[in-house]
Design a protein around this ligand. Structure first.
Ligand code: OVM
Length: 398
């Protein structure tokens, strides 16, 4: 019964909340297993158990009606829906299988040496300075040096990628000031992305062209291929940029963790996973309730929106020991920073490989990494994003 549901006033898309999301998370977890958010007119789940339950039940908590506050069955989507993110089976099964093959392990293995080489080059450049900005000089720089090339994007205009992604991630929230502020360069960025996804503008050896070759084989239409390439551009850059930014921010907050990580893939992999748990890049995603259901003893009606607080679940003391501590030796497997269930991040192996390459190159040459002034957040309705993380480093061997 509705009256039994805890109702809360917190607005997860207010500037106050987004400027410091972790300050408000305990209330979301503690108020109950499921709650009603007055400010946005949606249900919420913030504990690890309920978040995985909702995400695991994709037939009831559907994606095709949008991953944001808007219900696509009633409101026009902000852009033509993603054929992966904003799709349910059977469409999702077909597009996901196709895209899984494009970023399959053998493909990644083949490209890994190049990424490791590029990571070393970037780290050598950074070592010439003792202080740098871990966001601008590193977290934005590294993915931009490798990912657009892997997709085979045209060279001109790649700077629009970050603008476009921040618009897409803002659009999952309400049309608030954060969204409007991000729309300043929207037209140009959106037009560039539309051009960049066309087959004639993609290089012949990249993942983009590989999607079109799947279409040639009949796995999807050529129009669908264009939209699937758009998914690489939407989800592949800002996510890894902020994943790396947040991880380096974690190291500035827990500087003794750096030495506990060695250059091995098992160590860097663990650290990156723990970084995503401790400070999750994608903070929230919605589902829409496709048929009347229950969570615990709460009745939930068809058509309701429900927001899953992924980042909050990743610090749930019911699931994790000492959850607010960033511990590179922790096994953070089971975190929901990459989501959970059939929609779990398609690019997670790509992201992990980027992080491994970068962390191992850094750890080899850097003995200590510390904050060099206050970090500056960048407000986004969905992403936990950083504008600046100033750091100072000590090289190994001196
Ligand atoms: C897409 C897409 C866009 C944003 C995020 C995302 C986290 C996917 O266009 O498929 O996944």
């Amino acid at each position: 019964m509705l009256s039994e549901i805890p109702r809360i006033a917190v607005d997860p898309f207010s500037e106050a909340f987004i400027s410091d999301p972790y300050a408000n998370h305990a209330e979301l977890r503690d108020v109950g297993p499921v709650f009603w958010l007055e400010a946005i007119g949606a249900y919420g789940v913030a504990r690890h158990d309920e978040v995985t339950q909702v995400l695991g039940n994709h037939d009831i908590f559907v994606s095709s009606r949008g991953l944001g506050l808007a219900d696509f069955s009633r409101e026009k989507p902000f852009r033509p829906p993603s054929l992966l993110l904003e799709a349910d089976p059977p469409l999702h099964t077909r597009t996901r299988d196709l895209m899984n093959r494009i970023v399959a392990l053998p493909v990644l293995r083949a490209i890994e040496p190049l990424w490791r080489e590029k990571a070393k080059v970037l780290v050598d450049e950074l070592l010439e300075q003792q202080r740098f900005d871990a966001v601008v000089d590193l977290a934005e720089e590294f993915p931009m040096r490798i990912f657009p090339d892997a997709v085979g994007l045209m060279d001109e205009g790649r700077e629009h990628l970050l603008t476009y992604a921040s618009i897409v991630f803002n659009a999952f929230g309400p049309r608030n000031k954060i969204f409007e502020d991000g729309m300043a360069d929207a037209e140009e960025a959106t037009a560039w992305v539309a051009e960049a996804c066309k087959r004639e503008n993609l290089k012949s050896d990249g993942w983009g062209e590989a999607v079109y070759q799947s279409a040639d084989r009949g796995d999807c239409s050529h129009d669908e291929a264009e939209r699937l390439v758009r998914s690489f551009l939407s989800a592949g850059v800002d996510t890894t940029v902020n994943g790396i930014s947040n991880l380096l921010y974690a190291f500035t907050q827990f500087p003794d963790e750096w030495q506990k990580m060695d250059t091995s893939t098992s160590a860097t992999r663990r650290a990156f996973n723990e970084g995503l748990r401790w400070r999750s890049t994608v903070q929230t995603f919605f589902r829409t309730v496709a048929e009347d259901t229950r969570i615990g003893d709460v009745d939930i009606k068809e058509g309701a929106k429900i927001i899953t607080f992924l980042a909050t679940a990743n610090r749930d003391e019911r699931r994790w020991d000492d959850p607010h501590t960033f511990d590179v030796t922790r096994n953070a497997a089971g975190h929901v920073g990459f989501g959970h269930g059939i929609h779990a991040c398609l690019g997670q192996m790509v992201a992990r490989m980027e992080a491994d390459a970068l962390l191992s190159a850094m750890r080899e040459k850097i003995a200590r990494i510390e904050a060099d002034g206050p970090a500056v957040p960048r407000l986004n309705n969905t992403l936990c994003s950083m504008a600046s993380v100033p750091v100072k480093i000590q090289k190994t061997g001196n």
